[in-house]
Design a protein around this ligand. Structure first.
Ligand SMILES: *Cc1c(COP(=O)(O)O)cnc(C)c1O
Length: 366
């Protein structure tokens, strides 16, 4: 059996450290706020090479809070990639803005900068740069566009912990950035958790206040905010796992390299491209092929779990029919039926990846 995700085997690798961390938080009743949250925030901002990190309850909250902190004109347009998880666009609408979908590239599935440029209007205020599947967006041309038109950049790093653009860590590349620590993400908590990173002191303070009922001191509420907390148990767990993240990322990259190296000769499979300026952390390894569902079924029958990210491009979802972008001639709109995510993660051995390759070769008679 080749599993898509194996949180149990990962826990077994670090059981002693995790159990001790959990027991410590409980023995100190350090559930909300406190030193373990502060410690993880410090460690993670150091990891991302940013001045600030604010722990929040999940990656969706992180996006909503980050957009709100930017204080963009009410009802402005924010550009979001047409292929992502709905949280990337949901946060735009939830904070009172209008979603405008831009296409992604057919090689690396990241924002297509030339398509973004075409969608900028006088009402555009920001771009959500999703580092999808763990591959960083092409930030230099995006930042140039943003600076010409006075736009803000929100990095959605939910799938890209530790990814790098030209040697610089994601989370430090735009105005503000958001992370999810959903259990299945590259760095995952044992429940929901998220974070915001930035180098901007004002945005950091504003985000922290929004996440904490609009206050800094106990009952000194300067405006109405909300409650969105990273809790002590999750923070302590994340501190343990952060120490292992680079080694685990190394295993993801090794598995991806096995796939890339050994599937070249399968004409029916279109492999993802890692740009030469990218350190991709392979949250997902997504290929394209015509008979996606049949291949997935064949792999399942032979003990290999796969996934689809995402089965319906965002503009085609019922939730976005009001935008009228479902018929746009976008690569994202036309390729969603071909995407297939192969197993990837720190739990895979080379034997596993080669088993997957062998099965796919057999399926296509290569
Ligand atoms: C997982 C994910 C989110 C949302 O994170 P949650 O912690 O589940 O709220 C946002 N954006 C992307 C791209 C994601 O993959």
């Amino acid at each position: 059996m080749v599993k898509f995700l194996d949180l149990q085997s990962q826990y077994q690798l670090i059981k002693t450290e995790i159990d001790e961390a959990i027991a410590t938080v409980i023995s100190e009743s350090a559930y909300i706020g406190g030193k373990y949250v502060k410690k993880f925030e410090e460690e993670f901002s150091q990891y991302c090479n940013t001045a600030y990190c604010i722990g929040v309850a999940n990656g969706t909250d992180a996006l909503e809070i980050a957009i709100e902190a930017l204080d963009l004109p009410k009802g402005s347009e924010i550009i979001v990639p047409a292929n992502s998880f709905i949280a990337s666009s949901e946060a735009v609408t939830r904070t009172g803005h209008r979603v405008i979908f831009a296409d992604v590239t057919p090689d690396s599935y990241i924002l297509d900068v030339s398509d973004v440029a075409k969608r900028i209007t006088k009402k555009t205020s920001a771009i959500v740069a999703v580092h999808l599947y763990g591959h960083p967006c092409d930030m230099d041309p995006l930042k140039e566009l943003a600076s010409i038109h006075g736009l803000k950049i929100i990095e959605d790093c939910a799938q890209a912990h530790g990814a790098e653009y030209k040697g610089k860590r994601v989370g430090s590349l735009g105005d503000i950035a958001t992370f999810s620590f959903y259990p299945g993400k590259n760095l995952g908590a044992y429940g929901d958790a998220g974070a915001i990173t930035t180098n901007n002191a004002e945005l950091a303070e504003k985000s922290r206040m929004i996440a904490n009922h609009g206050r800094i001191a106990k009952y000194d509420h300067e405006f109405e905010g909300r409650n969105s907390r990273l809790d002590g148990l999750q923070a302590a767990i994340l501190s343990v796992k952060l120490k292992h993240l680079d080694a685990w990322t190394g295993k993801r990259i090794a598995a991806a390299n096995d796939y890339l190296e050994n599937m070249k000769e399968i004409g029916e499979i279109i492999l993802p491209v890692r740009q030469e300026w990218a350190k991709q952390v392979y949250h997902l390894f997504v290929v394209r092929c015509v008979n996606r569902n049949e291949l997935a079924e064949y792999l399942k029958e032979h003990g290999v779990q796969t996934g689809v990210h995402y089965p319906v491009a965002l503009p085609k979802l019922k939730a976005y029919s009001y935008l009228g972008q479902s018929e746009d001639r976008l690569f994202a709109n036309e390729s969603d039926g071909m995407l297939l995510s192969l197993p990837i993660g720190e739990h895979l051995s080379q034997e596993d990846t080669l088993k997957v390759v062998k099965l796919i070769k057999k399926y296509f008679d290569v």
